[in-house]
Design a protein around this ligand. Structure first.
Ligand SMILES: [Zn+2]
Ligand SMILES: [Zn+2]
Ligand SMILES: [Zn+2]
Length: 426
């Protein structure tokens, strides 16, 4: 059976996270989004961990909310930020941990406390332990658990990040590298950008939302094929990617660090421009923030053109032999807002969104399975056209850079602006 999974997200005990990130609200939104299994996020936080223990019930590492009868499962997930020095440089790497049971998670938390990690400070704690040490401690306690480097290309806090990361898995994880069986692409990269880096050969390429609020849950997802819904089956599906059916992606250009640049100097460069012009800002003379695309090309070489295949609702699948395919989507609320000339956060957009979900099941079904004719009949031709355009990838994107999110438009603002938009100039 296929299950949609989102294992990277945060509870309200993490900094800059919505107070709405509680178990019942997360589960209700998972239903609306079309997510079958959620990570709990933040199992290292003592107060959140206590809440999880009190409110979840289940076995074999898969849990449900007690007495609620909501058909959404949870597994124990956390993210840890390691800040340490290695090879004469400061390294900042985020890693996601999936624990196989409450017992193992509790043992791991105790091991961190023993090493004086301040688990109370943040749902995503910061430690001076290296990624290597962390992996070793985790695997010694929880052999079945998964340790997944998070959003591996972002410049500041990731395994391969241009500013404080590494050039290879072995440089970071040494003799423990074989225990890295999957990596997270993050919002700024998609699987295609990861397919040509030799270090990632044979690794599961997974996508999760890193949501800090319920409405962002499932904005990226991994769909797994499992016989049984237990921790071991899910871990096995992610390991090496063998049981991954497909992943659902953001347009990587929408991420905050896609291109190289300086936000304050309004300098933005494509990889080929960076190659030609170098990495010093022509305005302020300081080093530019290297974008994910440039960094990927640095380590992988050329990104080859993929095969595209449209399915019967016009959804464009990106394919390569022997790998799970993927699709790139735009959140439904954004398409509704643009189709109606409204703000994404407006009440009207929410009400159209809720009506659609009530009618067609969930957001994922609406974006990927519902026939355009049915959407048109129910919610108007313009929205149906927007969803069809998104499915085909017929949209306009201004790439993000230096911490500024990219922007996606389903329809160009004015025809003549179309090129400027695509070039990132508007
Ligand atoms: Zn992170
Ligand atoms: Zn995170
Ligand atoms: Zn500058």
């Amino acid at each position: 059976m296929e299950k949609t999974a989102d294992f990277h997200l945060h509870s309200r005990y993490s900094r800059a996270v919505s107070s709405q990130m509680t178990l019942p609200v997360m589960a209700e939104w998972a239903l609306v989004k079309g997510i079958d299994i959620l990570g709990t996020g933040d199992f290292t936080h003592p107060l959140w961990f206590k809440e999880l223990k009190e409110n979840l019930t289940g076995e074999n590492g898969i849990y449900k909310i007690k007495e609620k009868n909501i058909p959404v499962s949870f597994l124990l997930s956390a993210e840890i930020s390691s800040i340490y020095s290695q090879g004469g440089r400061t390294r900042r790497v985020h890693n996601i941990l999936l624990a196989s049971s409450f017992e193992k998670a509790a043992m791991f938390n105790a091991a961190l406390l023993k090493r004086k990690v301040n688990l109370f400070s943040d749902g995503r704690p910061i430690t001076g332990l290296s990624s290597y040490e962390l992996l070793k401690i985790f695997k010694e306690i929880d052999e079945k658990g998964l340790f997944i480097p998070a959003h591996i290309w972002t410049p500041w806090f990731s395994l391969f990040g241009a500013n404080s990361g590494f050039d290879s898995l072995v440089e970071c994880f040494g003799d423990m590298s074989e225990h890295i069986v999957a990596v997270e692409t993050g919002l700024s990269s998609d699987p295609l950008m990861n397919w040509f880096f030799k270090d990632l050969k044979g690794k599961g390429i997974v996508s999760f939302s890193d949501a800090h609020s319920p409405a962002n849950l499932g904005r990226e997802l991994t769909v797994v094929e499992v016989d049984k819904l237990d921790f071991s089956s899910i871990a096995q599906a992610l390991s090496g990617g063998a049981g991954i059916s497909n992943t659902i992606e953001f347009y990587p250009e929408e991420g905050k660090y896609h291109y190289t640049g300086h936000r304050n100097c309004r300098v933005i460069q494509k990889p080929e421009e960076t190659k030609r012009l170098g990495t010093i800002c022509p305005v302020c003379g300081k080093p530019l923030t290297i974008g994910v695309m440039h960094r990927v090309e640095q380590l992988s070489g050329e990104i080859k053109k993929p095969k595209y295949e449209e399915d019967d609702v016009g959804l464009r699948w990106v394919k390569d032999e022997g790998r799970p395919p993927f699709i790139s989507l735009v959140p439904l609320a954004e398409i509704i807002a643009e189709a109606n000339g409204l703000e994404k956060s407006s009440k009207k957009v929410l009400s159209i969104y809720q009506n659609l979900v009530r009618k067609f099941g969930n957001e994922l079904l609406i974006l990927t399975k519902t026939r355009a004719e049915d959407i048109s009949t129910f919610a108007g031709e313009k929205l149906a056209e927007g969803i069809t355009k998104v499915r085909k990838g017929d949209i306009y994107i201004r790439p993000g850079f230096d911490g500024e999110y990219g922007k996606v438009k389903v329809w160009p603002e004015k025809e003549e602006k179309k090129t400027a938009f695509q070039e990132g100039l508007f």
